[in-house]
Write a protein that binds this ligand. Structure first.
Ligand SMILES: [Zn+2]
Ligand SMILES: [Zn+2]
Length: 238
């Protein structure tokens, strides 16, 4: 965290130093990102990602959409607008945040977005079948996504029964937990562990972790075998 001098921020190892939450998924040559926060550009450069076909948006908070301007590189190289799948509310927010990309008179080089509204129903991005996982971020609706045996859900502190059913049978689940102490709009670690024990996938990863969680290596030891703290650059194959 900027200006923080806690032990995690000053003495932590690589796994303690995190950029904003996001995931990149590749299936049969189709590349998709979930969210594009302020670190989107650096994350794609760091991971040497050369292709991106679509972006799914969980919700319109800045830490999940602020990096969208940088799709312009893909627009330039692939000569097409970037498909952005989001709730209608979040499309409106993107249109406000990046108004210059939607105005009638556009400067050359502004990002090109092809916004596609989604709801709770299953949809396809390319050949990828995606099942939305609606949940609550305090009072705000957010969407997680299930793609095959992989479920990703962040920025929530309440998952309705119907969404738990949609997640059931996932082999890998990524779920958010901010810290050990309770928080009004994010799961704390115990709450996330409880949900994960209920769903019991083969592997689970905690994301959207703050410096207040403590050291990665220490917290990792306290968790059940199938639950891990995610870290920047983590790669998994399903
Ligand atoms: Zn700190
Ligand atoms: Zn967030």
């Amino acid at each position: 965290m900027i200006a923080c001098s806690c032990d995690v921020c000053t003495k932590g190892t690589k796994k303690d130093h995190r950029l904003r939450s996001s995931v990149h998924i590749e299936q049969n040559g189709f590349h998709l990102n979930i969210d594009a926060g302020p670190d989107f550009r650096y994350q794609l450069l760091r991971e040497n990602i050369k292709k991106l076909d679509a972006i799914l948006i969980t919700h319109c908070h800045k830490d999940h959409i602020a990096g969208l301007d940088d799709v312009r590189s893909f627009n330039y190289i692939y000569k097409k607008a970037m498909d952005i799948y989001a709730l209608p509310r979040d499309i409106e927010a993107i249109q406000r945040e990046f108004s210059y990309a939607f105005s009638d008179v556009r400067y050359r080089g502004v990002p090109e977005f092809n916004t596609i509204p989604i709801g709770h129903k299953k949809f396809f991005a390319g050949n990828m079948e995606i099942l939305p996982l609606p949940a609550l971020h305090m009072k705000m609706e957010v969407l997680g996504f299930r793609i095959g045996d992989f479920s990703y859900l962040t920025d929530t502190n309440y998952i309705p029964g119907e969404t738990l059913e949609r997640m059931t049978g996932s082999r890998v689940i990524v779920l958010n937990a901010l810290r050990k102490t309770p928080h009004p709009s994010h799961f704390c670690l115990d709450e996330a562990v409880k949900v994960l024990k209920f769903l019991h996938p083969e592997q689970a990863y905690i994301t959207h972790i703050s410096h207040l969680m403590g050291f990665h290596d220490e917290v990792e030891k306290e968790l059940p075998d199938f639950i891990h703290l995610a870290y920047d650059g983590l790669k998994i194959e399903i």
